[in-house]
Design a protein around this ligand. Structure first.
Ligand code: ADQ
Length: 483
């Protein structure tokens, strides 16, 4: 069996041989344990001088290969082009895009350097799976170094519509670089469609949708395949964690604090893409329009800071502090705080237990690749008395979790109405919606996601050899037959 090589910006922290984080990290780590292989990426260290050296750590059949970044590389590759240019653009926030040509050069330089560090560790039949927007030029750099292995790429964040992507000055170089991979994975069909639209209308390429669900792409002199692979969770494990924490300290404290009031729960990284300000305002609208909610419902928002050294993140933090202060000032009573805004990280088990103890999961990003919190919220519910998920139509998860109350996060009244509906929903309807979503989550858990991607990537060599007749349709899309 071929070895699997995972490449991601950060390698999940290893504690006693297990990555500490959830979802993706656990799913990927499981695959590595099965096939044996390596996880390669940045260690999280920033060096002010010297030459970073790869550190290799063996944990059973898995090797963790990590390397530090020089301060200038961190500033240009990670803080600059990845997070000040690509992140806002790919989340449809062209207004927040900051572009510096030197940062883009740094981004490409670091990708090339990282690829060169990996090359001596590779074997001929390794299968390489690269993750996320930090590493778009990685396959191009490996190919330039003579690597012939199969290389796949999964984008965890949305792929934007062409007109938004055009706001990123080197958009063409980015899409050309993506075409050096053998297989591209997107979270949802709309992301895949946006990519195909760019290929046909901006890159004069051709796309052909195949009966097996994959899309064959010809552009920039390359042939590759693309598909949608919605990432999942392990719903039954989340459910067990949640149940185990039911009588734990966090849930006891929450219940004592709220004295039997209903709880609306949100958990996010503090990020402008998560729609937090709109969410706070919709909760305020609920209190304005539904007087029964006053002193009967509290909204708990857990949002630890991330990327706090970027201006846009300082800005969202200040706006939220001001909004929660203002809304609490308007409505709070001596025995009731409407919004509990908590600015710290909690362990997965604690979050799962809090999800189970709450009545509404309130997940309303302005854009999100998938949003695993939505899937974890549903998984954590008590089947006998489940809470209701209120979910943004712009989260990738909304394509699957149709049992949620789907909202537009820009429609403040609509979100307030959905919260009121969720709080009043009868048990039978809550159960039916929960069963529907739990079935979907079990069917597409994180192993299914990983296995589908790996199966398609390992079959690439056979597929690539077969040429397809391409014929453009009236919509500019090419139709092809099965290869
Ligand atoms: P993220 O933007 O980090 O991930 P999300 O999918 O919501 O967003 O969360 C990933 C994990 O982090 C989840 O397991 C969640 O429980 C955990 N998490 C989030 N907020 C937390 C908090 N306050 N405290 C502790 N843990 C927290 C990116 C993309 C997403 C995509 C994922 C996976 O932006 O769209 O779903 O990758 O592909």
């Amino acid at each position: 069996m071929s070895r699997l090589i995972i490449v991601s910006n950060r390698v999940a922290p290893i504690s006693e041989g297990l990555p500490a984080a959830g979802g993706l990290a656990v799913g990927v780590y499981d695959a590595l344990k099965e096939t044996g292989g390596m996880w390669f990426g940045w260690s999280g260290d920033i060096l002010t001088s010297g030459q970073p050296q790869i550190k290799l750590e063996e944990h059973g059949p898995v090797t963790f290969a990590t390397i530090g970044l020089l301060r200038r590389d961190y500033d240009q590759y990670y803080r600059g082009f990845s997070n000040a240019t690509l992140w806002p653009a790919f989340h449809y926030r062209a207004d927040l895009v900051q572009y510096d040509r030197h940062d883009f050069e740094g981004y490409c330089r670091v990708n090339t350097w990282l690829a060169q560090q990996l090359v001596p560790l590779l074997r001929d039949d390794d299968v390489i799976w690269v993750h996320d927007y930090h590493l778009i030029p990685f396959a191009q750099a490996l190919r330039a170094a003579g690597v012939k292995n199969r290389i796949g790429f999964f984008l965890h964040i949305p792929f934007p519509a062409s007109q938004v992507l055009l706001a990123v000055p080197p958009h063409r170089e980015l899409v050309q670089a993506l075409c050096s991979f053998d297989l591209l994975g997107f979270q949802t069909k709309p992301d895949l469609r946006a990519f195909c639209d760019y290929i046909v209308n901006e890159a004069s390429g051709a796309v052909a949708h195949q009966p097996d669900g994959l899309t064959r792409i010809e552009a920039f002199g390359q042939t590759l395949f693309a598909g949608d692979y919605p990432i999942g969770v392990y719903p039954d494990e989340v459910a067990e964690l949640a149940k185990a924490g039911e009588r734990g300290k966090a849930v006891r404290t929450l219940k004592e604090t709220l004295h039997g009031r209903k709880v609306i729960m949100s958990v996010d990284r503090l990020d402008y893409s998560k729609g937090l300000v709109e969410r706070f305002r919709a909760f305020e609208r609920l209190l304005d329009h539904h007087s029964t909610a006053r002193n009967n419902v509290s909204f708990v928002q857990i949002a630890p800071p991330t990327r706090a050294d970027l201006h846009a993140y300082q800005d969202i933090r200040l706006r939220l502090e001001s909004e929660s202060g203002r809304i609490n000032g308007r409505f709070a009573e001596l025995d009731w705080t409407p919004i509990l805004y908590i600015h710290r990280q909690y362990e997965r088990a604690v979050l799962a237990a809090l999800f189970r103890a709450s009545h509404v999961g309130y997940v309303t990003p302005l854009r999100d690749g998938m949003n695993l919190v939505a899937k974890e919220y549903v998984s954590a519910q008590d089947p006998e008395n489940p809470g209701v998920l209120v979910l943004s139509r712009f989260a990738g998860a909304a394509q699957e979790l149709t049992g949620a109350l789907i909202v537009n996060p820009l429609d403040i009244d609509g979100m307030a109405d959905a919260l009121a509906t969720a709080l009043a929903m009868p048990l039978a309807e809550r159960e039916a919606r929960y069963r529907d979503m739990m079935g979907q989550l079990r069917e597409n858990n994180v192993s299914v996601w990983r296995d589908r991607f790996m199966r398609d990537l390992t079959q690439m060599v056979a597929r690539r050899g077969v040429a397809l007749p391409f014929a453009k349709t009236a919509h500019g899309e090419a139709q092809g037959q099965q290869g």
